[in-house]
Design a protein around this ligand. Sequence first.
Ligand SMILES: [Zn+2]
Length: 116
Amino acid sequence: MSERDDEHVTGAVQCLPWCTNGTGHLTAAEPEEQHCHSQPRRIDLGPMPAHLGRPPGHLVLQLYRDVYRSRGSAEVNFAPPDVEIYPSGTEELKLSVAQARALAAVLVELCDAAEA
Ligand SMILES: [Zn+2]
């Protein structure tokens, strides 16, 4: 197989259950575009306190699984799923599932302390 062939989609990938595509991304131009992502979830943060001088913000969260092919190989490789957090359209914060669970646990702990 030539190197150029490695850069083209040669078949469907197995989508994860939460993928919005669900059909294996056969229309992707390159294997790297065959990533799975969930439906984005949005959390509106509302107006910030006036003394901070920042406009209202939001978070967009989604699951993402990267897919790639090793150079010179037709074999598809899958990265473990990540949780991506986009704060108000800025660069994403990419967390592993374990890191996202740790963040969630800390957030719940802080919220419990605040409401105690
Ligand atoms: Zn998919």
